[in-house]
Design a protein around this ligand. Structure first.
Ligand SMILES: N[C@@H](Cc1ccccc1)C(=O)N[C@@H](Cc1ccccc1)C(=O)O
Length: 623
Protein backbone atom coordinates (compact mmCIF):
# COMPACT_ATOMS: atom_id res chain seq x y z
CA UNK A 1 0.00 0.00 0.00
CA UNK A 2 1.14 3.55 -0.69
CA UNK A 3 1.12 6.16 2.05
CA UNK A 4 -1.31 8.80 0.74
CA UNK A 5 -5.05 8.79 0.20
CA UNK A 6 -4.41 7.74 -3.37
CA UNK A 7 -6.03 4.75 -5.11
CA UNK A 8 -3.64 1.90 -5.83
CA UNK A 9 -3.30 0.77 -9.45
CA UNK A 10 -1.26 -2.41 -10.12
CA UNK A 11 0.49 -1.95 -6.78
CA UNK A 12 1.38 1.69 -7.45
CA UNK A 13 -0.27 4.73 -5.82
CA UNK A 14 -2.19 6.66 -8.50
CA UNK A 15 -0.71 9.91 -7.15
CA UNK A 16 2.65 9.15 -8.78
CA UNK A 17 0.98 9.45 -12.20
CA UNK A 18 0.58 13.20 -11.57
CA UNK A 19 4.16 13.47 -10.37
CA UNK A 20 5.67 11.81 -13.45
CA UNK A 21 3.48 13.83 -15.84
CA UNK A 22 4.55 16.96 -13.95
CA UNK A 23 8.20 15.95 -14.40
CA UNK A 24 7.69 15.26 -18.12
CA UNK A 25 6.23 18.75 -18.69
CA UNK A 26 8.79 20.48 -16.47
CA UNK A 27 11.75 18.84 -18.24
CA UNK A 28 10.19 19.68 -21.62
CA UNK A 29 10.05 23.26 -20.42
CA UNK A 30 13.64 23.32 -19.12
CA UNK A 31 15.45 21.49 -21.94
CA UNK A 32 13.30 23.17 -24.61
CA UNK A 33 14.24 26.63 -23.36
CA UNK A 34 17.90 25.61 -22.93
CA UNK A 35 18.11 24.26 -26.50
CA UNK A 36 17.66 27.72 -28.07
CA UNK A 37 19.20 29.84 -25.33
CA UNK A 38 22.69 30.33 -26.79
CA UNK A 39 21.24 31.22 -30.19
CA UNK A 40 18.93 33.74 -28.50
CA UNK A 41 21.94 35.37 -26.81
CA UNK A 42 23.89 35.43 -30.02
CA UNK A 43 21.33 36.40 -32.63
CA UNK A 44 18.67 38.28 -30.66
CA UNK A 45 20.68 40.00 -27.92
CA UNK A 46 23.67 40.21 -30.29
CA UNK A 47 26.22 38.98 -27.78
CA UNK A 48 29.52 37.52 -28.93
CA UNK A 49 30.27 33.79 -28.60
CA UNK A 50 32.29 34.16 -25.38
CA UNK A 51 29.69 36.17 -23.51
CA UNK A 52 26.89 33.90 -24.73
CA UNK A 53 28.77 30.75 -23.61
CA UNK A 54 29.73 32.17 -20.20
CA UNK A 55 26.19 33.32 -19.38
CA UNK A 56 24.84 29.98 -20.57
CA UNK A 57 27.18 27.96 -18.28
CA UNK A 58 26.58 30.31 -15.36
CA UNK A 59 22.86 29.72 -15.79
CA UNK A 60 23.30 25.91 -15.92
CA UNK A 61 25.56 25.95 -12.84
CA UNK A 62 22.99 28.07 -10.96
CA UNK A 63 20.30 25.53 -11.83
CA UNK A 64 22.27 22.88 -9.90
CA UNK A 65 23.15 25.12 -6.95
CA UNK A 66 19.61 26.28 -6.17
CA UNK A 67 18.43 22.73 -5.25
CA UNK A 68 20.08 23.28 -1.84
CA UNK A 69 17.84 26.28 -1.25
CA UNK A 70 14.71 24.40 -2.34
CA UNK A 71 15.60 21.40 -0.18
CA UNK A 72 16.14 23.52 2.94
CA UNK A 73 12.84 25.34 2.42
CA UNK A 74 11.02 22.04 1.84
CA UNK A 75 12.55 19.96 4.64
CA UNK A 76 12.56 22.66 7.30
CA UNK A 77 9.74 25.04 6.53
CA UNK A 78 7.10 24.63 3.81
CA UNK A 79 7.19 20.90 3.15
CA UNK A 80 7.80 19.47 -0.33
CA UNK A 81 4.26 19.96 -1.67
CA UNK A 82 4.00 23.69 -1.00
CA UNK A 83 7.62 24.28 -2.05
CA UNK A 84 6.91 22.64 -5.42
CA UNK A 85 3.77 24.75 -5.92
CA UNK A 86 5.34 28.11 -4.99
CA UNK A 87 8.58 27.56 -6.86
CA UNK A 88 6.72 26.27 -9.93
CA UNK A 89 4.87 29.60 -10.04
CA UNK A 90 8.21 31.43 -9.85
CA UNK A 91 9.50 29.14 -12.62
CA UNK A 92 6.48 29.75 -14.89
CA UNK A 93 6.76 33.52 -14.38
CA UNK A 94 10.45 33.25 -15.38
CA UNK A 95 9.57 31.34 -18.56
CA UNK A 96 6.89 33.91 -19.46
CA UNK A 97 9.43 36.71 -18.87
CA UNK A 98 11.81 34.98 -21.30
CA UNK A 99 9.07 34.67 -23.92
CA UNK A 100 8.13 38.36 -23.54
CA UNK A 101 11.78 39.43 -23.63
CA UNK A 102 12.05 37.78 -27.07
CA UNK A 103 9.25 39.85 -28.67
CA UNK A 104 11.25 42.30 -30.76
CA UNK A 105 8.17 44.39 -31.63
CA UNK A 106 7.89 45.68 -28.02
CA UNK A 107 10.77 48.10 -28.45
CA UNK A 108 10.92 48.24 -32.24
CA UNK A 109 9.41 51.72 -32.57
CA UNK A 110 11.10 52.41 -35.94
CA UNK A 111 9.76 49.07 -37.20
CA UNK A 112 13.02 48.00 -38.82
CA UNK A 113 12.87 44.50 -37.35
CA UNK A 114 15.48 45.07 -34.62
CA UNK A 115 14.75 46.06 -30.99
CA UNK A 116 15.54 49.71 -30.27
CA UNK A 117 16.15 49.29 -26.54
CA UNK A 118 18.30 46.20 -26.06
CA UNK A 119 18.55 47.01 -22.32
CA UNK A 120 14.87 46.18 -21.87
CA UNK A 121 15.29 42.75 -23.51
CA UNK A 122 18.53 41.99 -21.65
CA UNK A 123 17.17 42.96 -18.22
CA UNK A 124 13.92 41.06 -18.73
CA UNK A 125 15.67 37.92 -19.98
CA UNK A 126 18.20 37.98 -17.11
CA UNK A 127 15.38 38.33 -14.56
CA UNK A 128 13.59 35.49 -16.37
CA UNK A 129 16.65 33.24 -16.27
CA UNK A 130 17.22 33.94 -12.58
CA UNK A 131 13.61 32.99 -11.77
CA UNK A 132 13.88 29.87 -13.92
CA UNK A 133 17.11 28.78 -12.17
CA UNK A 134 15.47 29.35 -8.80
CA UNK A 135 12.37 27.44 -9.86
CA UNK A 136 13.85 24.50 -11.75
CA UNK A 137 16.68 23.97 -9.25
CA UNK A 138 14.48 24.57 -6.23
CA UNK A 139 11.82 22.03 -7.17
CA UNK A 140 14.24 19.43 -8.58
CA UNK A 141 15.20 17.71 -5.29
CA UNK A 142 11.64 18.07 -3.98
CA UNK A 143 9.82 16.40 -6.88
CA UNK A 144 12.00 13.26 -6.87
CA UNK A 145 11.85 12.97 -3.07
CA UNK A 146 8.11 13.75 -3.01
CA UNK A 147 7.56 10.91 -5.50
CA UNK A 148 9.60 8.57 -3.30
CA UNK A 149 7.50 9.62 -0.28
CA UNK A 150 4.34 8.22 -1.89
CA UNK A 151 5.54 4.65 -1.36
CA UNK A 152 5.10 2.62 1.79
CA UNK A 153 7.93 1.07 3.80
CA UNK A 154 7.69 -2.28 2.03
CA UNK A 155 7.47 -0.97 -1.48
CA UNK A 156 11.17 -0.86 -2.31
CA UNK A 157 10.70 -2.62 -5.65
CA UNK A 158 7.88 -0.26 -6.71
CA UNK A 159 9.89 2.75 -5.58
CA UNK A 160 12.85 1.60 -7.69
CA UNK A 161 10.56 1.21 -10.72
CA UNK A 162 9.14 4.68 -10.01
CA UNK A 163 12.62 6.21 -10.20
CA UNK A 164 13.22 4.46 -13.54
CA UNK A 165 9.89 5.68 -14.96
CA UNK A 166 10.66 9.13 -13.57
CA UNK A 167 13.94 9.08 -15.50
CA UNK A 168 12.15 7.93 -18.66
CA UNK A 169 9.76 10.89 -18.36
CA UNK A 170 12.67 13.31 -17.97
CA UNK A 171 14.15 12.00 -21.19
CA UNK A 172 10.84 11.76 -23.04
CA UNK A 173 10.18 15.42 -22.23
CA UNK A 174 13.70 16.58 -23.06
CA UNK A 175 13.81 14.59 -26.32
CA UNK A 176 10.57 16.08 -27.60
CA UNK A 177 11.46 19.62 -26.61
CA UNK A 178 14.99 19.56 -28.05
CA UNK A 179 13.45 18.53 -31.37
CA UNK A 180 10.48 20.91 -31.25
CA UNK A 181 11.84 24.22 -29.91
CA UNK A 182 14.57 24.64 -32.58
CA UNK A 183 11.84 24.14 -35.21
CA UNK A 184 9.70 26.82 -33.51
CA UNK A 185 12.68 29.15 -33.37
CA UNK A 186 13.23 28.78 -37.09
CA UNK A 187 9.69 30.08 -37.83
CA UNK A 188 9.26 33.74 -38.61
CA UNK A 189 6.87 35.87 -36.58
CA UNK A 190 6.22 39.47 -35.57
CA UNK A 191 3.66 42.26 -35.77
CA UNK A 192 5.56 44.96 -37.64
CA UNK A 193 8.28 42.78 -39.15
CA UNK A 194 8.89 39.05 -39.40
CA UNK A 195 11.88 37.77 -37.41
CA UNK A 196 13.06 34.38 -36.07
CA UNK A 197 10.44 33.36 -33.56
CA UNK A 198 12.31 33.09 -30.22
CA UNK A 199 9.19 34.23 -28.42
CA UNK A 200 7.38 31.10 -29.62
CA UNK A 201 10.39 28.90 -28.81
CA UNK A 202 10.27 30.25 -25.21
CA UNK A 203 6.49 30.57 -25.11
CA UNK A 204 5.78 26.87 -25.65
CA UNK A 205 8.10 25.82 -22.74
CA UNK A 206 6.34 28.49 -20.62
CA UNK A 207 2.97 26.94 -21.48
CA UNK A 208 4.29 23.48 -20.62
CA UNK A 209 5.42 24.76 -17.22
CA UNK A 210 1.90 26.04 -16.55
CA UNK A 211 0.57 22.60 -17.57
CA UNK A 212 3.09 20.96 -15.19
CA UNK A 213 1.83 23.12 -12.33
CA UNK A 214 -1.85 22.46 -13.11
CA UNK A 215 -1.28 18.68 -13.34
CA UNK A 216 0.55 18.71 -10.01
CA UNK A 217 -2.27 20.67 -8.35
CA UNK A 218 -4.92 18.28 -9.76
CA UNK A 219 -3.22 15.40 -7.90
CA UNK A 220 -3.27 17.41 -4.66
CA UNK A 221 -5.95 15.39 -2.85
CA UNK A 222 -4.13 12.10 -3.41
CA UNK A 223 -0.61 12.85 -2.22
CA UNK A 224 1.01 11.78 0.99
CA UNK A 225 2.45 15.05 2.33
CA UNK A 226 5.14 14.56 4.96
CA UNK A 227 5.18 17.43 7.44
CA UNK A 228 8.38 19.53 7.62
CA UNK A 229 10.12 19.06 10.95
CA UNK A 230 11.37 22.50 11.90
CA UNK A 231 14.58 24.14 10.78
CA UNK A 232 16.44 20.88 10.47
CA UNK A 233 19.44 22.32 8.62
CA UNK A 234 20.10 24.81 11.41
CA UNK A 235 19.85 22.00 13.99
CA UNK A 236 22.23 19.86 11.93
CA UNK A 237 24.80 22.67 11.68
CA UNK A 238 24.55 23.49 15.39
CA UNK A 239 24.83 19.82 16.36
CA UNK A 240 27.93 19.28 14.17
CA UNK A 241 29.45 22.49 15.55
CA UNK A 242 28.84 21.39 19.12
CA UNK A 243 30.33 17.91 18.48
CA UNK A 244 33.52 19.47 17.07
CA UNK A 245 33.80 21.98 19.94
CA UNK A 246 33.12 19.35 22.59
CA UNK A 247 35.65 16.94 21.06
CA UNK A 248 38.25 19.71 21.08
CA UNK A 249 37.48 20.54 24.73
CA UNK A 250 37.97 16.88 25.69
CA UNK A 251 41.07 16.24 23.62
CA UNK A 252 43.21 15.17 26.60
CA UNK A 253 43.89 11.42 26.97
CA UNK A 254 42.07 11.27 30.29
CA UNK A 255 38.72 11.30 28.46
CA UNK A 256 37.62 7.97 26.97
CA UNK A 257 37.29 7.86 23.19
CA UNK A 258 33.87 7.66 21.60
CA UNK A 259 32.92 5.44 18.66
CA UNK A 260 32.17 8.33 16.30
CA UNK A 261 33.17 12.00 16.51
CA UNK A 262 29.50 12.96 16.26
CA UNK A 263 28.94 11.14 19.58
CA UNK A 264 30.58 14.18 21.22
CA UNK A 265 27.28 15.98 20.68
CA UNK A 266 25.44 13.52 22.92
CA UNK A 267 25.63 15.77 25.98
CA UNK A 268 23.38 18.33 24.35
CA UNK A 269 21.57 16.80 21.38
CA UNK A 270 18.92 14.21 20.76
CA UNK A 271 20.42 10.82 19.89
CA UNK A 272 18.01 10.41 17.01
CA UNK A 273 19.28 13.63 15.44
CA UNK A 274 22.88 12.48 15.93
CA UNK A 275 22.09 9.13 14.26
CA UNK A 276 20.39 10.95 11.36
CA UNK A 277 23.38 13.25 10.90
CA UNK A 278 25.67 10.20 10.85
CA UNK A 279 23.56 8.69 8.04
CA UNK A 280 23.72 11.87 5.97
CA UNK A 281 27.45 12.40 6.53
CA UNK A 282 28.19 8.82 5.45
CA UNK A 283 26.38 9.35 2.16
CA UNK A 284 27.85 12.83 1.60
CA UNK A 285 31.34 11.40 2.16
CA UNK A 286 30.61 8.83 -0.53
CA UNK A 287 29.59 11.65 -2.90
CA UNK A 288 33.09 13.23 -2.86
CA UNK A 289 34.42 11.37 -5.95
CA UNK A 290 31.15 11.63 -7.92
CA UNK A 291 31.60 15.05 -9.64
CA UNK A 292 34.22 13.43 -11.91
CA UNK A 293 31.48 11.38 -13.57
CA UNK A 294 29.51 14.56 -14.38
CA UNK A 295 32.68 16.23 -15.65
CA UNK A 296 32.83 13.62 -18.41
CA UNK A 297 29.07 13.34 -18.83
CA UNK A 298 28.48 17.03 -19.47
CA UNK A 299 31.08 17.22 -22.20
CA UNK A 300 28.49 15.74 -24.54
CA UNK A 301 27.18 19.26 -25.01
CA UNK A 302 30.56 20.87 -25.57
CA UNK A 303 33.59 18.81 -26.67
CA UNK A 304 31.59 16.06 -28.35
CA UNK A 305 29.44 18.56 -30.23
CA UNK A 306 32.59 20.33 -31.40
CA UNK A 307 33.98 16.95 -32.46
CA UNK A 308 30.79 16.39 -34.47
CA UNK A 309 31.35 19.65 -36.36
CA UNK A 310 34.43 18.06 -37.94
CA UNK A 311 32.48 14.99 -39.03
CA UNK A 312 30.18 14.08 -41.87
CA UNK A 313 26.53 14.25 -40.79
CA UNK A 314 25.02 13.01 -44.01
CA UNK A 315 22.81 10.01 -43.19
CA UNK A 316 21.32 9.69 -46.68
CA UNK A 317 17.78 11.01 -46.45
CA UNK A 318 18.64 12.76 -43.17
CA UNK A 319 21.35 15.34 -42.58
CA UNK A 320 22.18 15.59 -38.89
CA UNK A 321 23.46 18.86 -37.40
CA UNK A 322 26.36 18.51 -34.92
CA UNK A 323 24.24 19.81 -32.01
CA UNK A 324 21.45 17.38 -32.92
CA UNK A 325 23.72 14.42 -32.10
CA UNK A 326 22.90 15.10 -28.44
CA UNK A 327 19.38 13.77 -28.92
CA UNK A 328 20.99 10.33 -29.20
CA UNK A 329 21.29 10.48 -25.39
CA UNK A 330 17.57 10.67 -24.50
CA UNK A 331 16.73 8.25 -27.34
CA UNK A 332 19.15 5.70 -25.87
CA UNK A 333 17.87 6.37 -22.33
CA UNK A 334 14.34 5.55 -23.48
CA UNK A 335 15.61 2.23 -24.86
CA UNK A 336 18.18 1.29 -22.24
CA UNK A 337 16.23 1.94 -19.01
CA UNK A 338 13.52 -0.65 -19.83
CA UNK A 339 16.15 -3.13 -21.11
CA UNK A 340 18.23 -2.77 -17.93
CA UNK A 341 15.23 -3.00 -15.62
CA UNK A 342 13.43 -5.87 -17.25
CA UNK A 343 16.33 -7.87 -18.70
CA UNK A 344 19.86 -7.09 -17.57
CA UNK A 345 19.33 -6.56 -13.81
CA UNK A 346 17.00 -9.59 -13.40
CA UNK A 347 19.48 -11.71 -15.41
CA UNK A 348 22.36 -10.63 -13.17
CA UNK A 349 20.21 -11.45 -10.14
CA UNK A 350 19.40 -14.89 -11.58
CA UNK A 351 23.13 -15.56 -11.92
CA UNK A 352 23.28 -15.16 -8.15
CA UNK A 353 25.20 -11.87 -8.27
CA UNK A 354 24.26 -9.15 -5.81
CA UNK A 355 24.46 -6.10 -8.07
CA UNK A 356 24.06 -3.50 -5.32
CA UNK A 357 23.45 0.22 -6.09
CA UNK A 358 27.05 1.16 -5.36
CA UNK A 359 28.36 -1.62 -7.63
CA UNK A 360 26.07 -0.33 -10.39
CA UNK A 361 27.38 3.19 -9.91
CA UNK A 362 30.98 1.92 -10.10
CA UNK A 363 30.22 0.11 -13.37
CA UNK A 364 28.49 3.30 -14.59
CA UNK A 365 31.71 5.23 -14.03
CA UNK A 366 33.76 2.65 -15.92
CA UNK A 367 31.33 2.80 -18.85
CA UNK A 368 31.72 6.59 -18.97
CA UNK A 369 35.52 6.13 -19.06
CA UNK A 370 35.12 3.64 -21.95
CA UNK A 371 32.96 6.24 -23.74
CA UNK A 372 35.86 8.69 -23.58
CA UNK A 373 38.28 6.08 -24.92
CA UNK A 374 35.88 5.65 -27.86
CA UNK A 375 35.81 9.45 -28.29
CA UNK A 376 39.63 9.44 -28.35
CA UNK A 377 39.69 6.71 -31.03
CA UNK A 378 37.23 8.67 -33.17
CA UNK A 379 39.37 11.77 -32.68
CA UNK A 380 42.49 9.91 -33.86
CA UNK A 381 40.52 8.81 -36.91
CA UNK A 382 39.53 12.44 -37.59
CA UNK A 383 43.11 13.62 -37.11
CA UNK A 384 44.44 10.99 -39.53
CA UNK A 385 42.04 12.11 -42.22
CA UNK A 386 42.81 15.68 -41.29
CA UNK A 387 41.76 18.36 -43.67
CA UNK A 388 44.82 19.79 -45.36
CA UNK A 389 45.05 23.32 -46.52
CA UNK A 390 45.72 22.72 -50.18
CA UNK A 391 45.83 26.31 -51.33
CA UNK A 392 45.71 29.66 -49.69
CA UNK A 393 44.11 32.87 -50.80
CA UNK A 394 47.30 34.98 -51.26
CA UNK A 395 48.43 32.47 -53.89
CA UNK A 396 45.19 33.04 -55.72
CA UNK A 397 45.54 36.81 -55.51
CA UNK A 398 48.71 36.59 -57.53
CA UNK A 399 46.92 34.63 -60.25
CA UNK A 400 46.14 36.45 -63.44
CA UNK A 401 42.97 36.75 -65.39
CA UNK A 402 40.75 35.44 -62.60
CA UNK A 403 38.29 36.73 -60.12
CA UNK A 404 37.66 34.40 -57.22
CA UNK A 405 35.45 33.80 -54.22
CA UNK A 406 35.70 31.41 -51.29
CA UNK A 407 33.00 29.04 -50.15
CA UNK A 408 32.81 27.03 -46.93
CA UNK A 409 30.46 24.09 -46.48
CA UNK A 410 29.45 24.08 -42.83
CA UNK A 411 27.43 21.84 -40.62
CA UNK A 412 26.31 24.59 -38.29
CA UNK A 413 23.05 26.45 -38.00
CA UNK A 414 24.51 29.96 -38.31
CA UNK A 415 25.17 31.53 -41.64
CA UNK A 416 27.20 34.01 -43.54
CA UNK A 417 26.86 34.96 -47.15
CA UNK A 418 29.19 32.37 -48.66
CA UNK A 419 28.32 29.48 -46.47
CA UNK A 420 26.33 26.57 -47.83
CA UNK A 421 24.71 24.17 -45.37
CA UNK A 422 24.68 20.42 -45.55
CA UNK A 423 24.46 20.16 -49.24
CA UNK A 424 25.87 17.78 -51.76
CA UNK A 425 25.01 19.95 -54.70
CA UNK A 426 24.86 23.73 -54.94
CA UNK A 427 24.04 25.98 -57.85
CA UNK A 428 25.29 29.57 -58.24
CA UNK A 429 24.08 32.21 -60.59
CA UNK A 430 26.79 34.50 -61.96
CA UNK A 431 25.42 37.85 -63.06
CA UNK A 432 26.72 40.81 -64.97
CA UNK A 433 24.08 43.42 -65.64
CA UNK A 434 21.19 41.61 -67.28
CA UNK A 435 23.34 38.65 -68.33
CA UNK A 436 23.68 35.55 -66.21
CA UNK A 437 24.73 31.93 -66.24
CA UNK A 438 24.60 29.04 -63.80
CA UNK A 439 27.32 26.94 -62.28
CA UNK A 440 26.64 23.90 -60.16
CA UNK A 441 28.84 21.34 -58.48
CA UNK A 442 28.93 18.77 -55.65
CA UNK A 443 30.38 19.66 -52.24
CA UNK A 444 31.38 17.59 -49.25
CA UNK A 445 30.31 18.34 -45.67
CA UNK A 446 32.82 20.63 -43.92
CA UNK A 447 34.85 21.43 -47.04
CA UNK A 448 36.07 24.77 -48.32
CA UNK A 449 36.58 25.82 -51.91
CA UNK A 450 37.92 28.73 -53.89
CA UNK A 451 36.25 29.35 -57.22
CA UNK A 452 38.18 30.88 -60.09
CA UNK A 453 36.03 32.62 -62.62
CA UNK A 454 37.88 32.98 -65.88
CA UNK A 455 38.03 36.50 -67.25
CA UNK A 456 37.12 35.03 -70.62
CA UNK A 457 33.72 34.01 -69.20
CA UNK A 458 30.99 34.10 -71.80
CA UNK A 459 27.49 34.36 -70.35
CA UNK A 460 25.11 31.84 -71.67
CA UNK A 461 22.96 29.12 -70.23
CA UNK A 462 25.96 27.23 -68.88
CA UNK A 463 29.14 28.65 -67.41
CA UNK A 464 30.40 25.32 -66.17
CA UNK A 465 33.59 25.50 -68.26
CA UNK A 466 34.45 29.03 -67.18
CA UNK A 467 34.65 28.29 -63.48
CA UNK A 468 37.32 26.19 -61.78
CA UNK A 469 36.68 24.95 -58.23
CA UNK A 470 39.76 24.36 -56.10
CA UNK A 471 39.38 22.39 -52.87
CA UNK A 472 41.09 24.33 -50.01
CA UNK A 473 39.83 22.11 -47.22
CA UNK A 474 38.85 18.52 -47.77
CA UNK A 475 35.32 17.49 -46.84
CA UNK A 476 34.76 15.80 -43.48
CA UNK A 477 35.32 12.16 -44.21
CA UNK A 478 34.75 10.59 -40.79
CA UNK A 479 31.05 9.87 -40.40
CA UNK A 480 29.06 11.10 -37.38
CA UNK A 481 27.71 7.57 -36.93
CA UNK A 482 31.13 6.77 -35.43
CA UNK A 483 30.08 8.82 -32.40
CA UNK A 484 27.27 6.39 -31.64
CA UNK A 485 29.48 3.94 -29.62
CA UNK A 486 30.66 6.77 -27.32
CA UNK A 487 27.04 7.93 -26.88
CA UNK A 488 26.01 4.35 -26.19
CA UNK A 489 28.63 3.87 -23.44
CA UNK A 490 28.06 7.26 -21.78
CA UNK A 491 24.29 6.67 -21.76
CA UNK A 492 24.63 3.10 -20.41
CA UNK A 493 26.90 4.65 -17.76
CA UNK A 494 24.27 7.30 -17.04
CA UNK A 495 21.58 4.65 -16.57
CA UNK A 496 23.74 2.71 -14.11
CA UNK A 497 25.12 5.76 -12.33
CA UNK A 498 22.48 8.46 -12.42
CA UNK A 499 19.23 6.46 -12.20
CA UNK A 500 20.71 4.33 -9.41
CA UNK A 501 22.22 7.33 -7.61
CA UNK A 502 18.90 9.14 -7.59
CA UNK A 503 17.22 6.21 -5.85
CA UNK A 504 20.22 5.55 -3.58
CA UNK A 505 20.16 9.17 -2.37
CA UNK A 506 16.50 8.79 -1.47
CA UNK A 507 16.70 5.39 0.20
CA UNK A 508 19.69 6.21 2.40
CA UNK A 509 18.40 9.55 3.66
CA UNK A 510 16.68 9.98 7.03
CA UNK A 511 13.01 10.89 6.68
CA UNK A 512 13.50 14.59 7.46
CA UNK A 513 16.46 15.05 5.08
CA UNK A 514 15.35 13.33 1.88
CA UNK A 515 15.27 16.53 -0.19
CA UNK A 516 18.56 17.68 1.35
CA UNK A 517 20.34 14.55 0.13
CA UNK A 518 18.75 14.93 -3.33
CA UNK A 519 20.18 18.45 -3.35
CA UNK A 520 23.57 17.04 -2.29
CA UNK A 521 23.39 14.68 -5.28
CA UNK A 522 22.63 17.59 -7.65
CA UNK A 523 25.44 19.59 -6.05
CA UNK A 524 27.87 16.95 -7.39
CA UNK A 525 26.56 17.85 -10.87
CA UNK A 526 27.30 21.54 -10.25
CA UNK A 527 30.85 20.72 -9.10
CA UNK A 528 31.31 18.45 -12.14
CA UNK A 529 30.38 21.35 -14.45
CA UNK A 530 32.74 23.61 -12.58
CA UNK A 531 35.59 21.11 -13.13
CA UNK A 532 34.85 21.20 -16.90
CA UNK A 533 35.30 24.98 -16.87
CA UNK A 534 38.55 24.77 -14.88
CA UNK A 535 40.05 21.97 -16.97
CA UNK A 536 39.08 23.73 -20.20
CA UNK A 537 40.93 26.83 -18.96
CA UNK A 538 43.97 25.20 -17.35
CA UNK A 539 44.83 22.00 -19.21
CA UNK A 540 45.64 23.28 -22.62
CA UNK A 541 46.43 19.86 -24.12
CA UNK A 542 47.24 20.35 -27.80
CA UNK A 543 45.90 16.98 -28.92
CA UNK A 544 42.18 16.51 -28.36
CA UNK A 545 42.43 12.72 -28.28
CA UNK A 546 44.98 13.02 -25.45
CA UNK A 547 42.57 15.17 -23.47
CA UNK A 548 39.89 12.50 -23.86
CA UNK A 549 42.34 9.84 -22.65
CA UNK A 550 43.29 12.09 -19.70
CA UNK A 551 39.64 12.41 -18.67
CA UNK A 552 39.08 8.66 -19.05
CA UNK A 553 42.16 7.90 -16.89
CA UNK A 554 41.07 10.42 -14.24
CA UNK A 555 37.66 8.80 -14.03
CA UNK A 556 39.16 5.30 -13.74
CA UNK A 557 41.39 6.53 -10.88
CA UNK A 558 38.40 8.17 -9.16
CA UNK A 559 36.38 5.00 -9.78
CA UNK A 560 38.99 2.90 -7.92
CA UNK A 561 38.81 5.30 -4.96
CA UNK A 562 35.01 5.21 -5.07
CA UNK A 563 34.88 1.40 -5.13
CA UNK A 564 37.11 1.27 -2.03
CA UNK A 565 34.88 3.78 -0.25
CA UNK A 566 31.80 1.88 -1.39
CA UNK A 567 33.25 -1.39 -0.09
CA UNK A 568 33.28 0.03 3.42
CA UNK A 569 29.82 1.56 3.12
CA UNK A 570 27.09 -0.27 4.99
CA UNK A 571 23.55 0.10 3.64
CA UNK A 572 21.07 1.37 6.14
CA UNK A 573 17.35 1.35 6.50
CA UNK A 574 16.69 4.85 7.87
CA UNK A 575 13.06 4.11 8.72
CA UNK A 576 14.08 1.11 10.82
CA UNK A 577 16.83 3.01 12.63
CA UNK A 578 14.52 5.94 13.34
CA UNK A 579 11.76 3.64 14.61
CA UNK A 580 14.18 1.82 16.93
CA UNK A 581 15.56 5.07 18.27
CA UNK A 582 12.12 6.46 18.94
CA UNK A 583 11.16 3.22 20.74
CA UNK A 584 14.33 3.30 22.88
CA UNK A 585 13.89 6.95 23.74
CA UNK A 586 10.32 6.25 24.86
CA UNK A 587 11.48 3.27 26.94
CA UNK A 588 14.23 5.35 28.54
CA UNK A 589 11.76 8.09 29.38
CA UNK A 590 9.64 5.49 31.16
CA UNK A 591 12.80 4.17 32.94
CA UNK A 592 13.78 7.66 34.09
CA UNK A 593 10.36 8.22 35.59
CA UNK A 594 10.59 4.96 37.61
CA UNK A 595 14.26 5.42 38.73
CA UNK A 596 14.81 9.04 39.70
CA UNK A 597 18.20 10.34 40.84
CA UNK A 598 20.49 8.37 38.51
CA UNK A 599 23.71 10.14 37.64
CA UNK A 600 23.33 11.92 34.33
CA UNK A 601 26.75 10.92 33.14
CA UNK A 602 25.91 7.23 33.54
CA UNK A 603 22.73 7.74 31.51
CA UNK A 604 24.64 9.30 28.65
CA UNK A 605 27.04 6.34 28.58
CA UNK A 606 24.29 3.73 28.72
CA UNK A 607 22.19 5.47 26.06
CA UNK A 608 25.18 5.86 23.88
CA UNK A 609 25.95 2.14 24.01
CA UNK A 610 22.33 1.20 23.30
CA UNK A 611 22.10 3.62 20.42
CA UNK A 612 25.26 2.24 18.86
CA UNK A 613 23.77 -1.25 19.15
CA UNK A 614 20.60 -0.14 17.36
CA UNK A 615 22.59 1.66 14.72
CA UNK A 616 24.87 -1.37 14.18
CA UNK A 617 21.93 -3.78 13.93
CA UNK A 618 20.36 -1.71 11.16
CA UNK A 619 23.55 -1.29 9.12
CA UNK A 620 24.55 -4.80 8.12
CA UNK A 621 24.86 -4.99 4.31
CA UNK A 622 28.12 -3.97 2.67
CA UNK A 623 28.71 -2.59 -0.85
N1 LIG B 1 19.80 12.29 -20.08
C1 LIG B 1 19.54 13.56 -19.47
C2 LIG B 1 18.65 14.45 -20.31
C3 LIG B 1 19.30 15.01 -21.54
C4 LIG B 1 18.49 15.30 -22.61
C5 LIG B 1 19.03 15.87 -23.75
C6 LIG B 1 20.36 16.17 -23.81
C7 LIG B 1 21.16 15.89 -22.74
C8 LIG B 1 20.63 15.34 -21.59
C9 LIG B 1 18.86 13.32 -18.11
O1 LIG B 1 18.24 12.31 -17.91
N2 LIG B 1 18.95 14.27 -17.21
C10 LIG B 1 18.33 14.17 -15.90
C11 LIG B 1 19.33 13.77 -14.84
C12 LIG B 1 20.49 14.64 -14.78
C13 LIG B 1 21.57 14.39 -15.58
C14 LIG B 1 22.65 15.25 -15.56
C15 LIG B 1 22.64 16.31 -14.71
C16 LIG B 1 21.57 16.51 -13.87
C17 LIG B 1 20.50 15.69 -13.89
C18 LIG B 1 17.65 15.48 -15.52
O2 LIG B 1 17.05 15.50 -14.46
O3 LIG B 1 17.69 16.43 -16.31
Amino acid sequence: MGKGKSKVVCGYPLSIFFIVVNEFCERFSYYGMRAVLVLYFKYFLRWDDDLATSIYHTFVALCYLTPILGAIVADSWLGKFKTIIYLSIVYAVGQVAMAVSAIHDITDSDRDGTPDSMTFHIVLSMVGLFLIALGTGGIKPCVAAFGGDQFGEHQDRQRRTFFSVFYLCINGGSLLSTIITPVLRAQECGIYSKQKCYSLAFGVPAALMVVALVVFIIGSGMYYKAEPQGNIMLDVCKCIGFAIKNRYRHRSKQYPKRQHWMDWAEEKYDKLLIAQIKMVLKVLFLYIPLPMFWTLFDQKGSRWTLQATTMDGNFGALVIQPDQMQTVNPILILTLVPIMDSLIYPLIKKCGLNFTPLKRMTVGMLLAAIAFVCAALVQIQIDVSTKQLLHSSPYILSGQGFIYFKLTIKGKANSDSTTVHNTDKATFTLRSGSQSCEYSTNFGFGSSYTFFIHSTLVFGSNCQDSVTAVEDIKPNSVHMALQIPQYFFITAGEVMFSVTGLEFSYSQAPSNMKAVLQAGWLFTVAIGNFIVLIVAELAKIPKQWAEYVLFASLLVAVCVIFSIMAYFYTYIDPTEIEAQFKKKINEDDEDDKSKPGKAEVEMVKRDSIKCHDEYDKATQTKM
